[in-house]
Ligand binder design. Structure first.
Ligand code: ADP
Length: 478
C-alpha cells in the first residue's frame, strides 16, 4: 500500500506532544509490515536545513485567494528506519521558533494559512514525487483539510483518506476566509460539513469528508461522542460514528526501555531491579531532595488544564503533607509554571523543572517510585505507558487511554498495574495519592506485584499498525 502521512509534527525533528511520537512510530511500524509510507511535515526554523537533503526545484502551492506560492522541499529519514520524511520549507510561515504559538503562548494569527498551506502542499508534493497514495493519512486539525481537499479539489488522486484525532480540544476554528484559500466550493459551507459558529471548523470538515476517522484509544472514541469530552463536536461525531475506530497508540520500546535506556543512571529490568535505586538516587541528588526510602512521585507533561494541573494545585497542600517527595517536569500555562516554582521554593519535598527535557523525562520515569497523571481528558497518553515499563506505577484518572491502559490495584487479589480515580476532584486525587503512598510503605508485596505486572505489559506499534491497516483495507474496499 502507498501511504502518505501528513502531520504538523514528527519526532525527533519537531515535537510538542504525543502527535510527534505517533507521526514517527506509526509510519515506521507500517514500513516494517511492508508498506510504502512517506511522511510530510513543515520545515520549522529549528529543524536544521544542513542536516537534510535538499530536493532540487520548487514546489508550486496554489493557495486560492492568496495566489500561488513557491516552497522548498527537503528530505531525510526517520531515525532507525527507511521511512522518508519530507519537509515543506516556506520561511514566511514556518521560519519561527514555535510550532503553533509565540513565546508568550499565543497562537499565531495566521495558523489557518500556515496549515492550509501544509495540507495543499501534501498533494502537490505527491505530484512532484510522482507518488500515488492509496491512503492519505491526516492528523488533527492541522491537516484535517486533506480529506476535504481529496473529495473536492484533488479528486483526481482517486485515493481514500483517514483522519486521526489525537486531541479533540483543538479544532482549527477560523474565519471563513480559509474556504477561498483552500478553494473549497462554498456549497460545503454549511453546519453539516464545515461551518461552525459562523466560521470554518477544519476538524469538523475533516470528520465530514474522511473515509474513516480514528482516535487513539477505544475509551476516547466513546468519550468524544459525549458533551463532556466532545467540545461541541459530539453531535457531529455521533453522526459519523459509523466510520469511527479507536486504536490505542503503541510505545517505541527502542526509546523507552529501562534495560537499555542511555539517559538513566543505571539500567535495570524485571529480575535485576538494583539499577532503579541508582536512578532514584541520581534523581534525588539532581533535584536536591533527601530520603532514599521516601516515596518519590513524578510528573511529566504539558502544564495544561487537560493534564489536571488545576486539580493538582487544589490538592497541593494535602499532597505536600504526605510522606512523599515530588519531582515535576513541564511547561505551559504561565500561572502553573509560577505556582509550581513558588511551591518548590517554599517546601523541602517538592521540586520542579520548568522546561522541555527529554533526558529528564527519562530520568523521572526511571527514578520515581510512582507517576502522577490526573488528566481531565486523555485521548491516549504515553507517559503512563512509559511508567508501566519503568516499574513506576501510574496514579491516574480513569479517562480515555489512561483507563484503557492501567488496571486499578485490587488489594485483596494483590493484582493491578496502578492506582485509579474517577471523579475529577481535588479529594479524589488526594485520596488516591494517599492510598498509593500507603501501599508503597505498608503493602510491600502488593506494590512489588504492581511494579512487575506493569513492567510485563507491552503496547506495541506493530499491533497498532496492524489495526490501522485493517482500517485502510476497509476504506479501500468500500
Ligand atoms: P500529549 O500529547 O497530550 O502532550 P502524551 O502523554 O500523549 O501527552 O505525550 C507527551 C509526550 O511528550 C511524552 O513523550 C512526554 O514524555 C513528552 N513531554 C511532555 N512534556 C515534556 C517536557 N516538559 N519535557 C520532556 N518531555 C515532555
Amino acid at each position: 500500500m502507498n501511504i502518505i502521512f501528513t502531520a504538523a509534527e514528527c519526532a525527533p525533528f519537531a515535537k510538542t506532544g504525543g502527535l510527534g511520537d505517533v507521526a514517527a512510530a506509526l509510519p515506521k511500524a507500517l514500513k516494517k509490515l511492508g508498506h510504502n509510507v512517506k511522511v510530510v511535515i513543515p520545515r520549522y526554523y529549528k529543524i536544521d536545513k544542513n542536516s537534510l537533503e535538499h530536493i532540487p526545484g520548487e514546489l508550486i502551492v496554489p493557495m486560492g485567494s492568496l495566489g500561488t506560492l513557491k516552497a522548498g522541499v527537503f528530505k531525510s529519514k526517520i531515525p532507525n528506519s527507511d521511512v522518508e520524511i519530507y519537509f515543506i520549507d516556506y520561511e514566511d510561515f514556518f521560519g519561527r521558533n514555535g510550532l503553533y504559538t509565540d513565546e508568550s503562548g499565543y497562537s499565531y494569527q495566521d495558523n489557518d494559512i500556515r496549515f492550509a498551506f501544509l495540507s495543499v502542499a501534501t498533494f502537490e508534493l505527491c505530484k512532484m514525487l510522482g507518488f500515488n497514495p492509496d491512503i492519505f493519512h491526516a492528523n488533527d486539525w492541522h491537516t484535517a483539510a486533506v480529506p476535504v481537499l481529496l473529495k473536492t479539489r484533488y479528486k483526481e488522486f482517486n485515493a481514500k483518506s483517514v483522519l486521526t484525532i489525537h486531541n479533540l480540544q483543538h479544532q482549527g476554528l477560523f474565519d471563513k476566509r480559509v474556504m477561498d484559500i483552500l478553494q473549497i466550493p462554498w456549497n460545503h459551507f454549511n453546519p453539516y460539513e464545515l461551518e461552525a459558529l459562523g466560521g470554518v471548523n477544519l476538524l469538523k470538515g475533516g470528520i465530514t469528508f474522511a473515509d474513516a476517522i480514528t482516535t487513539v484509544s477505544k475509551k476516547y472514541a466513546l468519550e468524544i461522542q459525549t458533551p463532556e469530552f466532545g467540545f461541541g463536536l459530539e453531535g457531529h461525531i455521533r453522526a459519523h460514528s459509523y466510520k469511527l475506530y479507536g486504536i490505542l497508540n503503541g510505545v517505541d520500546y527502542d526509546e523507552w526501555n529501562p534495560a537499555c535506556d542511555k539517559y538513566i543512571a543505571k539500567n535495570y529490568d524485571i529480575g535485576w531491579m538494583e539499577g532503579k535505586k541508582e536512578c532514584k538516587k541520581e534523581l534525588l541528588e539532581k533535584f536536591g531532595l533527601c530520603g532514599e526510602e521516601k516515596a518519590l512521585i513524578g510528573f511529566v507533561g504539558r502544564f495544561a488544564w487537560q493534564k489536571g494541573i488545576e486539580l493538582i494545585a487544589q490538592a497541593m497542600e494535602g499532597l505536600l503533607h504526605l510522606d512523599a517527595n515530588y519531582v515535576f517536569l513541564g511547561t505551559g500555562e504561565k500561572w502553573a509554571e509560577g505556582f509550581f516554582s513558588d511551591i518548590a521554593g517554599r517546601y523541602p519535598n517538592f521540586r520542579v523543572y520548568v522546561g522541555f527535557s527529554n533526558e529528564l523525562a527519562h530520568k523521572i520515569e526511571a527514578g520515581a517510585d510512582m507517576f502522577l497523571m490526573p488528566s481531565i481528558f486523555e485521548p491516549c497518553g504515553l507517559n503512563q505507558i512509559y511508567s508501566l515499563r519503568y516499574g513506576t506505577p501510574p496514579i491516574v484518572r480513569a479517562t480515555g487511554g489512561l483507563d484503557d491502559t492501567v488496571e486499578n490495584y485490587d488489594p485483596f487479589l494483590k493484582k493491578g498495574t496502578g492506582f485509579k480515580f474517577w471523579e475529577a476532584s481535588r479529594d479524589a486525587l488526594y485520596n488516591t495519592v494517599k492510598w498509593a503512598v500507603d501501599v508503597f510503605y505498608n503493602d510491600k508485596e502488593g506494590f512489588k506485584n504492581i511494579v512487575n505486572e506493569g513492567m510485563r505489559k507491552r503496547f506495541s506499534w506493530e499491533r497498532a499498525a496492524k489495526e490501522y491497516l485493517k482500517v485502510y483495507e476497509r476504506v479501500l474496499n468500500d
